[in-house]
Design a protein around this ligand. Structure first.
Ligand code: MG
Length: 241
């Protein structure tokens, strides 16, 4: 689920975002400080709705603002409504709302069932990086919250589509790469930027998972970490890792 709003990006950003290799200037230094091991498989996982329960956490937090989420399509904009009047929040107010949500509630988001155990098992055969589109100011809070829930892995605060970052990471490992995300645009972006990446369309919240079909650019679709782990382990074995 995206925090993005339909209010268009500025022209410069729009041009950059069409470049499948684009990496935001705030992201590149974070990628470069990772110490990835060449030759070891890499799992790049999104956090919201993959490692942590984003929608459930958002619903809890919206209540404190007198708002609620009418989960009728795979979008936030237009579906967040006032509890009293039922008026949808204006698209122009969405960026600030999401910034407030991440500032207030990143630390409180609860791990998806089975995520920590699956990653712990997978970490015996692969290195793991979390690639999350949170504001960079929340990078530390996200890493701390994940570590406290058994997922102590490097966190990259990405901005924009994820293909460029995944391609960059893939180039430094030169081994099988896996990518998990709930948002089809990110999966398509990785398909374009680094086609060999094994792409998993993962949506933890089953209410949300019913609202969109599996991404055409994914190789596997699930809401369960046990299934994602089986898929990844199968591919690793097939490829001799
Ligand atoms: Mg997500």
């Amino acid at each position: 689920m995206s925090e993005k709003t339909p209010s268009g990006p500025n022209p410069a950003t729009a041009m950059q975002s069409q470049d499948p290799h684009f990496i935001d200037e705030l992201v590149l230094p974070q990628l470069e400080e990772l110490n990835l091991i060449p030759g070891r498989p890499l799992i790049v996982s999104d956090a919201d709705e993959v490692l942590v329960k984003f929608i459930a956490g958002l619903e809890t937090w919206l209540e404190t603002r007198g708002l609620w989420l009418n989960l009728q399509s795979f979008m936030l904009t237009g579906n967040i409504r006032d509890k009293l009047t039922d008026e949808p929040l204006k698209p122009a107010d969405m960026p600030q709302l999401m910034e407030d949500f991440f500032a207030d509630h990143t630390h409180a988001l609860i791990a998806v069932e089975g995520a920590a155990a699956a990653l712990e098992a997978l970490s015996k055969r692969a290195q793991i990086v979390v690639l999350s589109n949170i504001p960079i100011s929340q990078r530390g809070a996200r890493a701390k919250s994940l570590a406290a829930q058994g997922m102590d892995y490097p966190v990259i605060a990405n901005k924009g589509l994820k293909g460029g970052a995944v391609r960059h990471l893939a180039a430094s490992v030169n081994a099988p790469v896996f990518f998990l995300d709930d948002i089809p645009h990110n999966i398509a972006s990785v398909a374009k930027a680094h086609e060999p990446t094994h792409r998993l369309h993962f949506i933890a919240d089953e209410r949300l998972a019913k609202l969109i079909p599996p991404s055409d650019h994914s190789h596997f679709h699930t809401s369960k970490w046990a299934d994602a782990r089986d898929f990844i382990e199968g591919k690793l074995s097939e490829e001799g890792f």
